[in-house]
Design a protein around this ligand. Sequence first.
Ligand code: CTP
Length: 445
Amino acid sequence: MSGRLEGRLVALGVTGSIAAYKAVELARRLAAEGAELQVLMSRAAQAFVGPLTFETLTRRRVMADPLELLADGRIGHVVVADTADVIVVAPATARWLAAMAAGLADDVITATCLASAAPVVVAPAMDGEMWDHPATRANAARLQSYGYTVVAPESGPLASGQSGVGRLASAERIIEAVVIAVAGRPVRAPEAALRPPADASAREPDLVGRRIAVTAGGTAEPIDPVRFIGNRSSGRMGVAVAAAALARGAEVTLIAGSVSVPLPEAATVVRAATSAAMRAAVLEALPVCDALVMAAAVADFRPRWPAERKLQRTEGLTLELEPTTDILAEASRIAHGLDAEGAPTREPLHPRPVLVGFAAETGDLDRAAAKLARKRVDLLVANDVSEPGSGFGSETNRVTVLAADGSVEPWPLLSKREVADRLLDRVAALMEARDAAPRPAEVTR
Ligand code: CTP
């Protein structure tokens, strides 16, 4: 039997009442009705219940700060406001009712409600005298005048030791109100990529002990001390891979070119502005990493003679460009122990890092397959940048993953974080296979 909230995204706001613990059971029951949940907590609520409880239950990271950005750079509460089918605030304290009645967006829950067109269901919980206070009543009435449903508290023993009206309404009554609030409305954002991402920290920490080097962003190749040749890469994809790997327990070295998104704090960040600096950083990280993910958009050409002094405006300017080193191809040769011609020249690295390349293509997968072979990588993530919702600056990506074993896997349109996690699943499998295989020397012995 499918639940009454199947396919719905329910935002559950929990504020700082002793009844916050009851929101855990409410979350469980909402999930049992088929809802996907995003929990929002006020700071005070966290004094009553730890976010981890909700995160384990909902498999989404709790949002607690109106300024919080998602791993992919989107503003957390705006994503919830735009995609939730209903916002349920349970328990709602007297303070929260007042803040919401006044439109005072100083916590993540009021901010989300203000920014949202979704129906809102509010279940107050507080001491009897507080609920009876004209201020509280006026605030509750004001919320009703906004179209919000107020599920009135029930009578019974209260935390104060007194008895009266103030207990959080039963889960049945709240869920009933939620079902009524969404009835007849289409699901607002059925696409997973639009919704707040499923919680990465809820994934198994399957990369503990693994060292992963990731490059992200574009390079800037100097023309003179103030000008450079750059590209449109935002660094989102590489940063998403780094954040996902960290959340799964890996040690991450993030080699960052020019990026326009915040970098995860837990990564060891190496700044590399130019392709030459990026090459040096990658070659340093290579021998001590289990996997190298080259998500950076490295310039293919750079000015051959960068000027030491700022160029003056003249009639015109002709730049002579030279090719940059293909960092991934070089790293791959070192990892495989090959020389520039591809002949064995030294011991391969052991353990050999799993190598992942990215390729911005415009439609043609044959080129990607050739690139995979030419660069001798284990996985190549081909990204059709001509497609809407894919490529530079976008939050989402539709990619096709090619593997050295010849397999070709087209993935649906996903958030970059989801692409990162799926990619890391493949990388994890390759690392395990590598570790299980005997060393070539051991085979002959
Ligand atoms: N790459 C690199 N060093 C370069 C250029 C690219 O390491 N100088 C890496 C990128 O980080 C990416 C992969 O190689 O992982 C593919 O880059 P792309 O520019 O698509 O490939 P190219 O070799 O430049 O092929 P083409 O220009 O023919 O498409």
